[in-house]
Design a protein around this ligand. Structure first.
Ligand code: AMP
Length: 195
């Protein structure tokens, strides 16, 4: 199963995607995790993107697209994957389309997670205290939510037009949201969705 996990910062994409990926025995690929790992390891890429990430800005498309294309070409992606946090711009949608077309693959489903703005802010604040992410400061959070609304949320219309968005409310506790995701996916009737 090839899935995109979409939704604003703090909605629980990473948590839910990890659980779902384990359940389906497919890799969970988070561009945010890849970038953070590079920053922590002090790689060339990490040095290039650190200030952008900390300010809540997007990493340039070309760089991000290359990382995702390389990752999807790895053998463990042959039976499916969950992409979390990508695509975030219209250019990234086009780049992903091109990569998938070249390898004769298709997106089976786009899972949209939803929660109220106040709930997102509360969760990001809690995460900041637990994980200490450099980009969970108030300015970067505001910037990231604004960029999501402006650049990323409209991408859902593209996928809705293609007919494979499943929207799930993510305001419950983690396990209940996961159960709701599984139920929605089981009932969606989309070909290629195996859960
Ligand atoms: P996330 O963990 O998904 O919230 O991502 C953390 C940060 O990594 C974002 O605020 C961006 O700076 C960068 N990032 C992650 N995914 C992307 C992407 N698809 N395009 C551009 N930048 C990204």
């Amino acid at each position: 199963m090839r899935m995109l996990m979409m939704g604003p910062q703090g909605v629980g994409k990473g948590t839910q995607a990890k659980m779902l990926a384990a359940r389906c025995a497919i890799p969970h690929i988070s561009t945010g995790d890849v970038f953070r790992a590079n920053v922590s390891a002090g790689t060339e890429l990490g040095k290039q993107i650190e200030s952008l990430i900390n300010a809540g800005e997007l990493v340039p498309d070309a760089l991000t697209d290359r990382i995702v294309a390389d990752r999807l070409a790895q053998p463990d992606c042959a039976n499916g994957w969950i992409l979390d946090g990508y695509p975030r711009t219209i250019e990234q949608v086009r780049a992903l389309d091109a990569v998938l077309e070249q390898s004769d693959q298709r997106i089976d489903v786009v899972l949209e997670l939803r929660a109220d703005y106040d709930e997102l802010i509360k969760r990001i604040h809690e995460r900041a205290q637990i994980e200490g992410r450099a980009d969970d400061n108030p300015e970067a959070v505001a910037k990231r939510l604004q960029t999501y609304d402006k650049e990323t949320a409209p991408l859902l219309d593209i996928y809705r037009d293609r007919g494979f968005v499943v929207a799930v409310d993510s305001e419950d506790v983690i396990e209940d949201t996961q159960a709701s995701i599984v139920k929605h996916l089981q009932q969606c009737g989309l070909p290629g969705v195996k859960i």
